[in-house]
Design a protein around this ligand. Structure first.
Ligand SMILES: [Fe+2]
Length: 227
């Protein structure tokens, strides 16, 4: 099976790229992420949406945040394949969940007019992306490893939208970041296991010449959908 980096090295045609990102066999990635699937089921804690959900959505809202539309220049930053599953309280996959992520660019700037240092925004970074889960509950994004900005340890925001349910928002964090200890939002999660469940490794993809990373974040909802 090809790893994402192998596929990218073979030189995808631009039109094929989106398809690749939606059809990619995620199994190739999981082999490189230690601890994937391990451990007991912990309900993912809700965390604040924060003030920086895009105030104007980009025209391109696909799951590849590295390339905006058909731009030739990719975003600056450490390329990361961020994947996971949306699960119910029994660990069963949830389909038709709309997963949205948003985060700052490499300069710590959000896709939001009120973001700090807006003039330094990396216009090649999409800043926001969406993925609709299929029957296996999987989502996948290509994005960058989050960086700190004043007042916050590196994190990626998530919203999960499901028909008939209140929007669920949370955030994931980078394992090993010293600022995690001091982050107010993260410290707000009082249950230690729940806190640990949102701090995930960003591990190098094996044999990736472009030094890409992979990160795995399963989101476990506190309910079971009716059949
Ligand atoms: Fe944030």
């Amino acid at each position: 099976m090809k790893t994402p980096s192998m596929i990218l090295r073979t030189g995808l045609l631009r039109n094929d790229r989106r398809q690749f990102l939606t059809q990619l066999s995620l199994a190739a990635l999981f082999w490189t992420v230690p601890g994937a699937f391990a451990g007991e089921l912990i309900l993912t804690p809700r965390q604040t949406e924060g003030p920086f959900y895009p105030d104007k959505l980009p025209l391109d809202t696909d799951n590849d945040l590295i390339i905006v539309n058909d731009a030739l220049t990719p975003a600056a930053g450490e390329i990361t394949y961020l994947s996971g599953r949306i699960l119910d309280a029994r660990g069963e996959p949830i389909r038709n969940a709309l997963v949205e992520i948003w985060q700052t660019d490499k300069n710590g700037v959000y896709l939001h007019s009120g973001s700090n240092n807006h003039g330094q925004r990396d216009s090649n970074f999409q800043g926001f992306g969406r993925f609709l889960t299929g029957s296996n509950g999987e989502y996948l994004f290509r994005t960058i490893k989050p960086v700190p900005y004043p007042g916050r340890t590196p994190h990626i925001h998530f919203a999960v939208k499901m028909k008939g349910r209140e929007k669920f928002t949370t955030q994931c964090y980078v394992a090993g970041e010293p600022q995690n200890e001091r982050d107010g939002v993260l410290k707000g999660i009082k249950d230690e296991k729940a806190k640990k469940s949102v701090i995930i490794p960003f591990a190098p993809v094996k044999n990736s010449r472009a030094a890409e990373l992979a990160a795995r974040f399963d989101i476990v909802m506190g309910f079971t959908p009716e059949a």
